[in-house]
Design a protein around this ligand. Structure first.
Ligand SMILES: NC(=O)c1ccc[n+]([C@@H]2O[C@H](COP(=O)([O-])OP(=O)(O)OC[C@H]3O[C@@H](n4cnc5c(N)ncnc54)[C@H](OP(=O)(O)O)[C@@H]3O)[C@@H](O)[C@H]2O)c1
Length: 256
């Protein structure tokens, strides 16, 4: 968690209110997505999250709504890795939010190099990590009215292209290319497009012993989901004419 003194905005500086915004966070039940949902609830937004596991969903809902006195974050079970799952997600968006102002494409699965796995496994990872981003963007844009925002959680992997990560890296490089072309596609529309590429973040994506996690946090080689949520907060609270196109948020001492 964060340490240090909590400060107000510097005097004379303001930010835009996101209270009441209707937001879908794909895969918001653990890790970075859960931190984003928690941040959004604190800021008064109405949020929908989903994942495939009931316990993690319930924990996320309890944590995100805690202290707000409201049920600002709602959630459900759905699989982003197939078309029926995406249809379920947007039926829920219509039912629970009655429209959409912000889509945060965050859902993601890890995967190693192409020497591991099978055709079916790569198919599922690509459908979850990349195709769901396209499908959710399509559905969200059909619902956007007035000013809207698309945020994509990519990865520094698109830049670094680590050894033994070719399948995962391909999906994240695909997201980067999709976002860059999409920005041109929507340039006549009041839709902002932002890509956030995290470095190493302490989440369920990385299995490791607790002592190792603590050691990496102390060394500054891994960061928290909240650190990414703060970047998302920054993006969402800018004036309507400011678009944060691309941001990379990584640990101070992560080797590139
Ligand atoms: N952690 C890092 O170091 C890091 C670095 C760069 C980028 N990222 C990116 O950040 C995003 C969030 O990852 P994270 O680190 O927060 O990992 P995480 O804790 O494992 O979160 C992944 C989320 O996606 C959900 N999910 C995965 N596959 C799904 C599917 N097919 N259908 C529906 N939900 C699914 C998970 O819930 P269920 O398992 O219950 O479905 C969970 O809510 C990912 O796009 C990841 O690639 C992470």
């Amino acid at each position: 968690m964060h340490t240090g003194t909590t400060l107000q905005m510097p005097q004379g500086f303001t930010y835009c209110d996101i209270a009441g915004k209707r937001v879908l966070v794909t895969g918001g039940t653990t890790g970075i997505g859960r931190s984003i949902a928690r941040m959004l609830a604190q800021a008064g937004a109405q949020v929908l999250i989903f994942g495939r596991h009931e316990k993690e969903l319930n924990d996320a809902l309890q944590q995100a709504n805690e202290g707000t006195g409201k049920e600002l974050v709602k959630g459900f079970i759905a699989d982003a890795g197939n078309a029926a799952g995406i249809a379920t997600v947007f039926a829920k968006v219509d039912q629970e939010l009655g429209g959409l102002d912000v889509l945060i494409n965050n859902v993601g699965l890890p995967f190693q190099g192409v020497d591991k796995g099978s055709y079916e496994e790569w198919d599922y990872v690509i459908k979850t990590n990349l195709l769901s981003y396209m499908a959710c963007t399509h559905e969200a844009m059909a619902r956007f009215k007035d000013r809207a925002q698309l945020i994509f959680i990519g990865s520094m992997s698109a830049e670094v292209k680590d050894k033994n990560s070719s399948v995962y890296t391909a999906t994240k490089a695909g997201i980067r290319a999709f976002v860059q072309a999409l920005r041109k596609e929507v340039e006549d529309k009041p839709v902002k497009v932002s890509l956030v590429e995290p470095g190493l973040v302490s989440t369920d994506l990385h299995e490791m012993p607790e002592e190792k996690r603590t050691q990496m946090l102390e060394e500054g080689t891994i960061i928290h989901g909240e650190d990414i949520a703060l970047m998302v907060w920054f993006i969402l609270t800018q004036p309507w004419y400011v678009n944060t196109m691309m941001s990379q948020v990584l640990p101070l001492n992560q080797k590139l």
